[in-house]
Ligand binder design. Structure first.
Ligand code: ATP
Ligand code: MG
Length: 220
C-alpha cells in the first residue's frame, strides 16, 4: 500500500492558508511534516489579502507575500500561491478552494491544512460547510489548543472519523481528520511582539525572513 499511496500522493495537492504576518517555522515545519506523511507532490502556502476574522495586518500584503517567498526557497515542494493577493478584497477560503478545485479537475486529492485554533473558529467562516465539497480538511495540532471536545464541530467530524488514511488520499475531497505534529509554540503574534520590543526573533523563522524584517524595520 505504500507504493499505491505514493502514486496517489503524486497527484495530490495540499494547501495552507494564513495571514503569514510574518511566516514562521511553525508554518513551515507543519508544511514539510504534512508533505512527508502524505507524499503529496506540493504544498501551496496561500497568504490572504485581507483576513476576515482579525484586524488589518501590520505590514502590507506585498510584504507578507515577499516574506513567504523568501521562506520557501530551501524546499522545492513548497510553493507560494498568490491568488488571494490577486483577487484582493476579503479572502474567503471557500472561494480559494472552489478556484483550485476547478483548476486541478474533479479527481485529484486536495487537502486544506489548518491548525486546531483555526479549525475551532470554522463555524464563523463564510460558507464553511461547503469547504469539504472542494477539499479535505487536515487539522493539525497546535500547542495551547488542545480541546477535549470539539462540541460545535463534532457532528461535522463524526462522519469522517472512521476513514483510513489510504481512503483519505484516494478521495478527492470530503474528509476531515486530525494529525499530531511536532509541537512548536511559535506564532506570528509572538514574533511581532518580540520585534516591537527590539528583542531577537532569530531561529523562530527562516533567516532570510528575519533579515527582511530587520532591513525594512517591520513590526517596530
Ligand atoms: P497570529 O499569531 O498573527 O494569529 P499565527 O502564528 O496564528 O499568526 P496564521 O497566519 O494566523 O499564523 O496561521 C496560518 C495557519 O497556520 C493557521 O491554520 C494556523 O492554525 C497554523 N499555524 C500557525 N502556527 C502554527 C504552529 N506553531 N503549529 C501549528 N499550526 C500553526
Ligand atoms: Mg493565527
Amino acid at each position: 500500500t505504500i507504493k499505491i499511496d505514493k502514486v496517489i500522493g503524486k497527484f495530490g495537492v495540499a494547501i495552507m492558508g494564513g495571514t503569514f504576518d510574518p511566516i514562521h517555522n511553525g508554518h513551515l515545519r507543519t508544511a514539510v511534516e504534512v508533505l512527508d506523511r502524505y507524499q503529496y507532490s506540493e504544498l501551496r502556502l496561500i497568504p490572504c489579502f485581507q483576513p476576515v476574522h482579525k484586524g488589518r495586518p501590520s505590514v502590507s500584503p506585498q510584504q507578507r507575500l515577499e516574506m513567504a517567498k523568501l521562506a520557501i526557497s530551501s524546499d522545492s515542494r513548497l510553493r507560494v500561491d498568490s491568488r488571494e493577493m490577486d483577487r484582493e478584497g476579503p479572502s474567503y477560503s471557500v472561494d480559494t478552494l472552489r478556484d483550485i478545485r476547478s483548476e486541478i479537475g474533479p479527481n485529484k486529492s486536495l487537502i486544506m491544512v489548518l491548525g486546531m485554533d483555526s479549525f475551532l473558529s470554522l463555524p464563523t467562516w463564510q460558507n464553511w460547510q461547503k469547504l469539504i465539497q472542494y477539499s479535505h480538511l487536515l487539522v493539525v495540532s497546535r500547542p495551547g489548543w488542545e480541546p477535549d471536545l470539539i462540541s460545535e464541530l463534532s457532528a461535522f467530524c463524526e462522519n469522517y472519523r472512521a476513514a483510513s488514511s489510504h481512503e483519505l488520499q484516494c478521495a478527492p475531497s470530503g474528509r476531515v481528520w486530525f494529525e499530531t505534529l511536532t509541537p512548536l509554540g511559535i506564532s506570528s503574534s509572538m514574533i511581532r511582539a518580540l520585534a516591537c520590543k527590539n528583542e531577537s526573533i532569530a531561529y523562530l523563522l527562516p533567516e532570510p525572513v528575519q533579515k527582511y524584517i530587520e532591513q525594512h524595520q517591520l513590526y517596530r
